[in-house]
Design a protein around this ligand. Structure first.
Ligand code: BEZ
Ligand code: FE
Length: 279
């Protein structure tokens, strides 16, 4: 017997409309989303005013989006959703380097640099030597791996957030490993910074009594033929925000031993090896 929509059977009725022509995967994903969304509204007894606020929130987020700003990804990041999707899709064997959130500040085709080069172009911050190897799970060096790296400057901003203020490609570069699998470059010891919090996502964080900060980190996108892509960061070990990263990106294995260098070319040294999994 066909029944009409009611509070009790709402999700069932909506999902019952999925037709025989539906593609299996969209039908599976959307019916689960409808079930959870309806259960959520019932659980919190969502008021009409709250529903309107939600619609207004999403509308403002959409209006803020452009080629330079993605408020929806920021929302996903701050809800821990990006990290959950990342974890589901990047389960790796023990010994492999773990993934973490990609973030909005990667720029493709950064300058190809020579091992040992400096990526920090604005003369700010405490210099830091980043070095290590790119290895496979058996410990063999990987030749021809590309390390695409990026970080904020000493003021806590990426170059793309300050065009005309920071030099283009400040704190960015790509490095290709030789047969020894080794990499090295000079950057700065990164600093913690707030994610862009001048929009609806920032307001939501404030509403929930949450701060917008990420602990200091250097981003790495490591790719090599025949291996899974690695999207990760290394974190500075004594950062006060390690246990409260606003996007939940920290993993114990990614905390690197940043140490002071006495009488060296740089003030700091951060050794870290990357272990890739065969594709
Ligand atoms: C970042 O680490 O660059 C980042 C990640 C997620 C949201 C905002 C920034
Ligand atoms: Fe970052």
């Amino acid at each position: 017997m066909m029944s009409y929509f009611s509070e009790e059977n709402s999700a069932e009725i909506v999902n019952g409309r999925i037709g025989s022509a539906a593609l299996p995967r969209p039908a599976e994903v959307m019916s689960a989303l409808v079930r959870h969304l309806h259960a959520f509204a019932s659980e919190v007894h969502l008021t009409q005013k709250e529903w309107e606020l939600g619609v207004e929130f999403l509308t403002r987020a959409g209006h803020l989006c452009s080629d330079e700003r993605q408020e929806f990804i920021l929302l996903s990041d701050t809800l821990g959703f990006s990290m959950l999707v990342d974890a589901i899709n990047n389960r790796r064997p023990p010994g492999a380097t773990e993934n973490t959130v990609f973030g909005p500040f990667h720029v493709a085709n950064a300058p190809l640099r020579t091992m040992g080069d400096t990526i920090s172009l604005d003369g700010k911050g405490e210099s830091c030597l980043f070095e290590g190897m790119v290895l496979d799970l058996e410990g063999n060096p990987i030749m021809g791996a590309c390390l695409d790296v990026w970080s904020d400057n000493a003021d806590g901003f990426y170059d793309v957030q300050q065009p005309g203020i920071q030099p283009k490609w400040n704190n960015r570069g790509r490095f290709i490993t030789q047969a020894d699998g080794c990499y090295s470059f000079v950057g700065i010891r990164p600093v913690s910074y707030p994610i862009p919090d001048d929009g609806p996502v920032g307001q939501l964080l404030a509403l929930l009594g949450r701060h917008p900060y990420r602990p200091a980190h250097m981003h790495f996108l490591v790719t090599a033929d025949g291996f899974q892509k690695l999207v990760t960061h290394i974190f500075v070990g004594d950062d006060p925000y390690l246990t409260s990263d606003t996007v939940f990106g920290v993993k114990q294995s990614l905390i690197a031993p940043f140490s002071r260098v006495e009488n060296g070319q740089t003030a700091w040294r951060a050794p870290f090896d990357f272990v890739l999994v065969a594709a």
